[in-house]
Design a protein around this ligand. Structure first.
Ligand SMILES: NC(=O)c1ccc[n+]([C@@H]2O[C@H](COP(=O)([O-])OP(=O)(O)OC[C@H]3O[C@@H](n4cnc5c(N)ncnc54)[C@H](O)[C@@H]3O)[C@@H](O)[C@H]2O)c1
Length: 351
């Protein structure tokens, strides 16, 4: 068992351990009010697989449990479902000394976290991430959100969990394409911060050491979040590949997954960086090799004009400038403020 300390504005631990779901109750006892009521929020794929296991473990340790399960998928991360969750919490008389457990991927984590942040002005919550992306990214750092019809994650709050329980064993039931999506984020951490992690992924492809890699990525996310919890500086580095990636996702009407879009976004930004001598060409060829090993895409059918127009509506744009995260070496990237009128030629260099 590995216990990673996250000393954010609220201090908490991420526990990584195979089969930790069986002991969920024992771990929650350490951080929640004894015998309190817990609302498990989950989705229609995850609940049938792991709901009973978590519920039994919590009940065995004296917690009262109610559960709310919604249809799996991003389309459930909306205001209607959010209000239904709040009503469910109220109807079940969840009080300020009770808690929410988010059991699922990033969609469950984001909407359950936002519910925890806002219900009764904030109650305790625990993340139990069940996708690779949720383990290495969305469950840590306290970003919670729901989507609006005009865009993703437009309503949310920074609200740190009280505990995160990561059980790498649950990845065995994850569909292959969703696992691969999470791998794009794992490769991103290698590009951003850690050449040894990148080499491990290069040498092992998708047979990488899951526990070791998950732990390393959590540490890297923890360090980033603790350096810039409220996303005004360093945390923006986590957007490597995301500016162009978001454009690809949006242009495809979300038919192209987030992981695939980020993969292509990383390839495009690195190709542009190599063309502008901001990094060695070997950085680009190594990235393309590793993405190819994971069967992640590196090119897009969309034009520079389409990507540019779409990137202009990126919610992370600050006036007439946009912060691009640009690889300088494997394991080292820089935030480069880029005037909007120079973004198009940068994208052109990357296509
Ligand atoms: N808060 C943050 O910091 C942050 C960071 C990155 C992404 N996100 C958000 O995360 C979301 C994407 O998360 P995701 O990729 O985990 O998607 P997801 O939650 O939709 O899960 C993907 C699919 O896998 C299923 N699933 C989950 N775990 C499973 C398991 N162990 N076995 C079988 N099926 C399983 C789900 O039911 C779903 O169908 C997006 O909404 C994104 O905005 C948030």
């Amino acid at each position: 068992m590995t216990r990673i300390n996250v000393p954010a504005s609220k201090q908490y631990y991420v526990i990584v351990c195979n089969n930790v779901l069986n002991d969920a109750g024992l771990h929650l006892q350490q951080v929640l009010t004894p015998s309190c009521k817990i609302a498990i929020i989950s989705d229609s794929h995850v609940w049938p697989l792991y709901g009973d296991k978590v519920q039994n473990s919590l009940e065995l340790t004296g917690f009262q449990v109610v559960n709310y399960v919604f249809p799996a998928g991003e389309t459930s991360k909306n205001a209607t479902n959010y209000l239904e969750i709040l009503n469910f919490l109220a109807q079940n008389q969840i009080t300020r000394s009770d808690a929410i457990v988010a059991l699922g991927g990033g969609v469950v984590g984001d909407i359950a976290g936002f519910s925890a942040a806002t219900y009764l002005r904030g109650i305790a919550y625990v993340q139990i991430p069940t996708t690779l992306l949720a383990m290495v990214d969305s469950s840590i750092g306290g970003k919670t959100a729901i989507d609006l019809p005009v865009g993703k994650n437009l309503v949310g709050a920074f609200y740190q969990p009280d505990l995160v329980l990561c059980d790498p064993e649950v990845l065995t039931t994850l569909p292959h394409d969703i696992f691969t999506d999470g791998c794009a984020e794992v490769i991103k951490y290698g590009m951003l911060y850690d050449a040894a992690l990148f080499d491990h992924l290069m040498n092992n492809g998708s047979a990488f050491d899951r526990e070791k890699v998950i732990i390393r990525c959590i540490e890297l996310k923890r360090d980033t979040v603790c350096a810039d919890e409220f996303d005004t500086g360093l945390r923006q580095k986590l957007n490597l590949g995301h500016t162009i990636g978001h454009s690809i996702e949006t242009l495809s009407n979300y038919m192209i997954s987030h992981g695939q879009a980020v993969s292509t976004g990383m390839a495009i930004v690195t190709k542009a960086a190599a063309a502008r001598n901001l990094c060695e060409r070997a950085v680009l060829s190594d990235l393309l090799t590793v993405l190819d090993k994971f069967k992640l895409p590196t090119v897009t059918e969309y034009s520079d004009q389409q990507l540019f127009t779409c990137a202009l509506s990126d919610k992370k744009r600050a006036g007439s400038s946009l912060n691009l995260i640009v690889p300088r070496a494997i394991g080292y990237c820089e935030i480069i403020p880029t005037p909007v009128d120079m973004l198009k030629s940068f994208i052109q260099d990357g296509l």
